[in-house]
Design a protein around this ligand. Structure first.
Ligand code: SF4
Length: 195
């Protein structure tokens, strides 16, 4: 019976898929502490002035299984001592199996912060288990200039667990707005917008 259960879970790990636009294995600009960040592919919200228009089309990009993602996260934990994972996009809540990924990340002892362009109340099921949610669409005419990585002033920081008790301090620490540039096969920039 135990063996059957184990085989069942192994199959689930391989069968559950996510549509991923890109991954940064260790960044210090997508939330408190060192984090792995996953940008999911696909968003139907289409905010004017979206910072990631390439991640809007609803098309397969990099289809990774739950097992693949857990392996990548474990390697980042080992190599970079990451404290958590951030979901960005694209719209993370379009990934129907997100709660399983969140649960697997927590099992590794890591925290989870997620962006969503929707209202948290409308997607609380799919964001179940997240420690912090940054919600709301980007409104170009209401640009944020006080808080890090949030695009517009309507977006909320919703703290859902006691894992990041002082996380608002990180977002309001405006003195250290940061952009990271990674150069490998291609050039990849993330962090705060340079205005
Ligand atoms: S919700 Fe985010 S990814 Fe989607 S269009 Fe708006 S800014 Fe872009």
């Amino acid at each position: 019976m135990l063996r059957q259960l184990k085989m069942g879970w192994t199959l689930v790990l391989k069968m559950i898929k996510f549509n991923v636009a890109s991954i940064n294995c260790c960044t210090e600009t997508e939330g408190p502490n060192k984090r792995l960040t996953i940008w999911f592919q696909g968003c139907t919200i289409r905010c004017k002035g979206c910072c990631n228009p390439d991640y809007q089309p609803l098309k397969p990009r990099n289809i990774l299984s739950l097992e693949d993602l857990i392996k990548i996260i474990k390697v980042s934990q080992l190599n970079y001592n990451i404290e958590g994972v951030t979901y960005s996009g694209g719209e993370p809540t379009l990934q129907q199996n997100l709660p399983l990924l969140t649960a697997a990340i927590h099992k590794l002892g890591l925290g989870v912060i997620s962006f969503t362009g929707k209202k948290y109340e409308d997607v609380s099921d799919i964001l179940a288990g997240c420690d912090v949610v940054l919600d709301g669409k980007y409104i170009d005419s209401k640009r944020e200039n006080k808080r890090k990585i949030l695009g517009s002033i309507n977006q909320r920081i919703i703290v859902l667990s006691d894992r990041y008790p002082n996380c608002e301090d990180w977002f309001f620490n405006n003195e250290s707005k940061t952009v990271e540039i990674n150069v490998s096969d291609y050039i990849f920039a993330n962090g705060d917008a340079v205005l």
